[in-house]
Ligand binder design. Structure first.
Ligand code: BG6
Length: 520
């Protein structure tokens, strides 16, 4: 059989080095920079995607020596390349040349990012790296700071004239998630930033879009002739989207207590999966064409008002349990969590998309922490055949056709269908065809940030969030957040850590005779 090994991948079509530029990281001493961003830059250096004219300027409050600054990140990169655990790293030898390329182009500024003086120093440093490394005046400002500082940093940059583009020189700002913590704050942040910068200079990050398999949803749908004709209400019974994590709140209680599973995961990551699954074919793979179609999906989601929100949303919180053989404390017993915390660590919801393609097709979404297994999956369950020719097998007992896109881990796609069981009788059983990424492609160790940072360097915003999509995502969940705030009577359902979530979530599907796919 021909394998896909020789086919150029979507990404390799870009195949060029990025243009010369400097990347300025606000919040350089944070976890994100160490665990994801620096390993991503290292990976880009390893595959020779960074221009020789490249430099990194880190900004944070720590007075690092240049040497300590570099050593801190070398550790992060080393532990990434040797991580074969759940977090996606793959064992590969540490490549000292690639690291040296990066480390030799790193500098650091210490100070408070709210202090205008730091921007004067930054302006000087940018001139210096432009001269020394030939970054040609192109700059990415990467905001890996606390969300409450996003607006301030953009304002300070603009006041200092650092976001001004001139002939042949670009300036771009990457803003991390969470973008706002509800609809009003997301709108306010957009308004504040858009006063100073045009949309084209703003790159709102949702790291799920950097995952190969998330990008593959579009390829599966639009590069194959066989799925799209079936991709509608005539043939699809319902869709299930699951983002289950085994990790609990870990050291993020301060953030998580005020955030919860809904804000942390749904309007952003889960809705990315939803909109890529449900969108109409875009006119092209251009940033605006794709983002417009995705945005239309979110705008067509029927808002869950009042009673609807109560009936169609289940929120849960984990109690003590065992996850993958290890005891896990109850959420309320975690450090930094209130003993009577009402923060949800699990959400399940049923949504309807009110448009021509999807009318009447329920979308079931769930995401939670401290669950049985880590899995992110989109499952499309097709309608059953109208009647059974096979006397011994009633229609309801036939295996439904399910196309499951496994986003992580163990990336791949499977199709479940019915087959005749061997033997003299006609008896039908369920079977599955499985495609696993690793069987076809050599996948490089990747954090998922490589694609996104590289795309920003080449000015491709397709995989970044536009203001309208961010706001449309918040608009869908806002009535539910309002209900929780105003009505203390919305129950919090408890589930032991290491399970598939609260029993009440089963009820969401059971009322229409459906069931969640097993997570275990
Ligand atoms: C982050 C959330 O955005 O995404 C975390 O804040 C979550 O709570 C993480 O664990 C999941 O991302 P990934 O790439 O590990 O699936």
């Amino acid at each position: 059989m021909d394998t896909a090994h020789d086919l150029p991948s979507i990404r390799s079509l870009h195949g060029h080095r990025a243009p010369p530029c400097a990347i300025v990281i606000f919040g350089a001493s944070g976890d994100l920079t160490k665990r994801l961003l620096m390993p991503a830059l290292y990976n880009l250096a390893r595959v020779r995607r960074l221009a020789d004219g490249f430099a990194v300027i880190g900004i944070d409050r720590i007075a690092w020596s240049e040497e300590d600054f570099r050593a801190h990140f070398a550790d992060g990169v080393r532990s990434f390349v040797s991580d074969t655990g759940e977090n996606g790293g793959v064992a590969e030898a540490f490549d000292p040349d690639s690291w040296d390329f990066l480390a030799s182009r790193m500098t650091h500024i210490d100070g408070d990012v709210t202090d205008p003086e730091i921007y004067t120093r930054l302006a000087k440093e940018l001139k210096e790296v432009e001269r020394q490394y030939e970054t040609r005046g192109n700059v990415i400002f990467y905001l890996a700071v606390a969300p409450s500082l996003f607006g301030t940093v953009v304002e300070r940059l603009a006041e200092a004239g650092l976001t001004r583009e001139s002939e042949g020189q670009w300036r771009r700002v990457i803003i991390e998630k969470p973008f706002g913590n509800d609809l009003a704050s997301a709108r306010a942040l957009d308004a504040r930033i858009l006063k100073l910068l045009p949309e084209a200079q703003i790159y709102r990050m949702d790291h799920f879009l950097g995952k190969e398999t998330v990008q593959n949803i579009m390829v599966l749908r639009f590069a194959n002739g066989i799925f799209e004709p079936l991709w509608n209400r005539d043939h699809i019974d319902h869709v299930q989207i699951t983002v289950a994590e085994t990790v609990g709140v870990e050291r993020r209680a301060a953030f998580y207590e005020a955030t919860g599973a809904m804000r942390d995961m749904v309007p952003n990551h889960v809705f990315q999966l939803l909109s890529l699954t449900a969108m109409e074919p875009p006119n092209s793979f251009g940033a605006d064409a794709v983002r417009t179609e995705k945005d239309k999906v979110l705008e067509a989601v029927m808002p869950l008002m009042g009673e609807e929100a109560r009936r169609n949303v289940v929120r849960g919180q984990y109690t003590a349990g065992i996850v993958r053989g290890h005891p896990v404390a109850a959420y309320r017993d975690e450090n930094g969590v209130a003993k009577d915390s009402m923060t949800e660590t699990y959400i399940a919801m049923q949504l309807a998309i009110d448009n021509w393609r999807w009318a009447g097709v329920p979308f079931y979404l769930r995401t939670g922490k401290a669950m049985t297994r880590r899995t992110t999956e989109i499952a499309i369950e097709f309608k059953r055949v109208p009647f059974a020719l096979f006397r011994n097998t009633p229609v309801e007992a036939l295996t439904p056709n399910v196309l499951a896109m496994q986003i992580q881990p163990d990336e791949g796609t499977s199709l479940q269908f019915s087959a005749k069981k061997p033997g003299p009788e006609i008896s039908v059983g369920g079977v599955r065809m499985d495609f696993k990424y690793r069987d076809y492609f050599h996948t490089e160790p990747s954090t998922g940030y490589e694609t996104l940072v590289y795309d920003c360097m080449i000015g491709d915003a397709t995989l970044f969030q536009r203001a309208d999509s961010v706001e449309a995502g918040w608009a869908v969940v806002q009535p539910v957040l309002d209900l929780w705030k105003s009505d203390g009577g919305v129950p919090l359902e408890f589930y032991p850590a290491g399970t598939a979530g609260p029993d009440a979530a089963e009820g969401l599907l059971a009322k229409s005779g459906r069931r969640w796919r097993p997570i275990a």
